[in-house]
Ligand binder design. Structure first.
Ligand SMILES: N[C@@H](CCC(=O)N[C@@H](CS)C(=O)NCC(=O)O)C(=O)O
Length: 205
């Protein structure tokens, strides 16, 4: 049995969606970021980095969404969440996921989660930086209709986390980002994603 440590609506949703899409046998443990539960000793014993997600497996803990996503795909090959037999295709998927974690996540995260909230010129600069990453995703990363092309994959649920944040922040203009908006709607229409949103106490947006 797997256990996912998550916070509702946060980046751990990418791992949560992968587990649900895979039909994995897992339970959830909520870590309330607003209450600082990620910095409590009980959780630091699981992830000394003090962030979610973390996945407890029979062999131990795995942290980092990109690592959890690959683990879920490799342990549930029947779910076809990644092309595991083609090193080039898997490399392309990993490159997209690595870009999400290292570029898009910090850019939009700065706009949405800075505490205290950014204001004035600092907020304008953060918004511009996030929009530049969405431009890159719109024109160079997202193939369509799914992130990597014709087939749904691990990357779709993970990308959706960050386009969802962008739409909530009013940054995902439909005229400027038609592909990203269509992709977000497509991913949110998936039954597994709707179950995840429900489990996390959220609605499609
Ligand atoms: N690269 C990490 C990022 C993890 C991360 O930053 N998680 C955020 C939520 S989206 C968090 O737990 N933040 C709590 C904090 O920084 O105190 C991953 O993808 O797993």
């Amino acid at each position: 049995m797997l256990k996912l440590y998550y916070s509702p609506g946060a980046c751990a949703m990418g791992s949560h969606i992968a587990l649900e899409e895979a039909g994995a046998d897992y339970v959830l443990e909520k870590i309330d970021l607003a209450k600082g539960e990620q910095k409590r000793p009980e959780y630091l014993a699981i992830n000394p980095n003090g962030v979610t997600p973390a996945l407890a497996t029979p062999q131990g803990i795995i942290t980092q969404n990109v690592a959890i996503l690959a683990y879920v795909a490799q342990t549930h090959p029947h779910a076809q969440l990644a092309d595991l037999d083609d090193p080039f295709a898997f490399g392309r998927l990993q490159a997209f996921n690595a870009w999400l974690t290292s570029a898009l996540h910090p850019a939009i995260g700065k706009v949405v989660f800075s505490r205290p909230p950014l204001e004035g010129a600092a907020r304008d600069a953060a918004v511009e930086a996030a929009l530049a990453k969405y431009d890159l995703a719109e024109h160079h990363m997202l193939v369509g209709p799914w992130a990597l092309g014709e087939d749904h994959s691990l990357t779709d649920g993970y990308l959706m986390v960050f386009t969802r944040w962008g739409r909530q922040a009013g940054l995902l203009d439909k005229a400027r980002f038609p592909k990203l908006n269509a992709h977000l709607d497509l991913v949110q229409s998936r039954p597994a994603v709707q179950r995840v949103l429900h489990m996390e106490g959220l609605q499609p947006i």
